[in-house]
Design a protein around this ligand. Structure first.
Ligand code: ASC
Length: 156
């Protein structure tokens, strides 16, 4: 077999493997999945709060800064759910309630609602309209809270 053909075959095998690999294979151990989702939520929350500081008037409104942060929030909103895999319930340092797994469809719907709300915030951010941004920020915040109410341990 030619070297080129061998290389092509092995590249195909690796690509095929990546497609069929379960999500678990992306994490070496369950704790890594917990750290991953917490990290994603943490970064998302940080940038969401930067927008909140402006919509609430704690720091001066800066349309360009809102845009940068809303874009990061939308990107981050896609990530955490890859970490909510089987075998990571009650693992390590998690605040996730068992309902994430026992009411999976409801959890997915709440995640989708949040992702839609932050997508809208990102769209509205591009207009630079302070009132619209404030309203979209409020809706997005409600979608965060709704999921916390049902699926996150109550934090003091
Ligand atoms: C934030 C943040 C959240 C949401 C939530 C809104 O700034 O980190 O998780 O807003 O508190 O209710």
């Amino acid at each position: 077999m030619s070297i080129v053909r061998k290389m092509l075959l092995s590249a195909t095998a690796v690509a095929g493997l990546a497609v069929v690999m379960p999500a678990q294979a992306q994490f070496q151990k369950p704790e890594d999945a917990v750290a991953y989702r917490r990290g994603a939520f943490n970064v998302m929350g940080n940038h969401f709060a930067r927008i909140g500081a402006m919509t609430s008037g704690r720091v001066p409104f800066d349309a360009a800064a809102v845009q940068v942060n809303a874009d990061i929030v939308q990107t981050m909103s896609r990530l955490p759910y890859a970490g909510f895999i089987d075998g990571t319930q009650s693992v390590g340092n998690t605040n996730a309630l068992p309902e994430v797994w026992s009411q999976g469809d409801k959890f997915k719907a709440a995640a989708q609602k949040m992702q839609d709300a932050v997508a809208k915030l990102n769209t509205v951010a591009k207009t630079g309209d302070q009132e619209q941004i404030k309203a979209a920020f409020g809706e997005a915040g409600q979608s965060c809270k709704a999921c916390h109410d049902d699926f996150r341990k109550k934090l003091n």
